[in-house]
Design a protein around this ligand. Sequence first.
Ligand code: ASP
Length: 434
Amino acid sequence: MGTQRKYSLTARVIIGMVSGILVGLLLRTLFPENTFVQEYLVDGLFNVGGAIFIASLKMLVVPLVFVSLVCGTSSLKDISTLGRLGGKTVLFYLVTTCIAITLAIFMGNLFQPGAGADLTAATTFASSDAPALGTVIIDMFPTNPIQSMAEGNTLQIIVFAILFGVAISAAGKPGERIAAVFQDLNEVIMKLVTILMNVAPYGVFFLMSKLFVGLGVDAIWNLAGYFLVLSGTLLIHGLVVYSLFLRVFTGLSPLKFLKKMEDAVMFAFSTASSNATIPVTMETATHRMGVKNRVASFTVPLGATINMDGTAIMQGVATAFIAQAYGIDLTMGDYLTVILTATLASIGTAGVPGVGLIMLAMVLNQVGLPVEGIALIMGVDRLLDMIRTAVNITGDTAVSVIVAKSEGDLDEAMFNDPKAGEKQEELDIHHIKP
Ligand code: ASP
């Protein structure tokens, strides 16, 4: 126990991540095609350990989203607040996504990573059309909330939880009793998040080792231009654009914000799923940034589903790259179509690994580019998926802070305290009673 205490959770997760990457790279260099390594370590220990970690994160998402959002909405004094909150949040999500994809298209055309690319990789990739706006909206309303929960349909759970919360606050005494139960449940679930975060260093280690044993590093060399332009744009958006937004709309320190994002960013990076990261993003928003639960419980799950700026950036750079590789000129109108389709597709698809590629297929279809082009970039997608997921959840948290500040729901003392939330993250398993 003594030695564990010396390191913060963040430091332990970093150690897990870095040692996982090193072990993976070492194993692939020292024991290529070794059956023991493959069977017992990669497909055995690493696979099982990593899969259990991801499963337990996902296990928390539905109860957490439902319970915290019911708490959030039932504590609103005035229901009209909800409309204002929702309107602002969606507006910020849409605006940041449009900026992201426009920046990506600009960078893609400035650096031309696809000019002269090798087209030999062509394999087929199935595509479907982007969902119509009407369908996206209808699909948000559940016919059976239990089924929505069983399927993990976040948007439907959000709609049901809001209605339930509103009903609680309108129900007088019985509503107050139920609200108290939900408040307690929320505390318990947040404790569960803490427990899980404390095993994260191991989970992250397993995920990284497995990934880096099998990662196609050669593919990165071949696609260095694409990789660099895309990751550079992701970094600019994640570090500069959000900082500007934060400064302009809240006057708060972007550096403090970025520093406090470290846990959530690492979880997003290792799981490549904004959805699986919801518990940690929520914890970061409420316990480290000072966003009140009634805002975070709404903005974080909503953002994980509809706000994917990193993914939108990938759509922009990839479209430009594929068009250049095939020597096809896209018009301004085509690019507008890309912006619209990518934004719409990001609303209708959940934040899970690799979903960006499916959205890209829709985008390419819409502007008449060969969908096979996806095969060109598939080899490097996993690593980029990790980076863009980190950007996605940074965007969700930035908007949560901005909206909370504008609603008077931000605890600025907590935001400015560099140590805030660290205590809650630590779990002393030897003295589990509070
Ligand atoms: N993995 C991303 C997310 O969960 C989505 C994607 O870009 O594939 O946010």
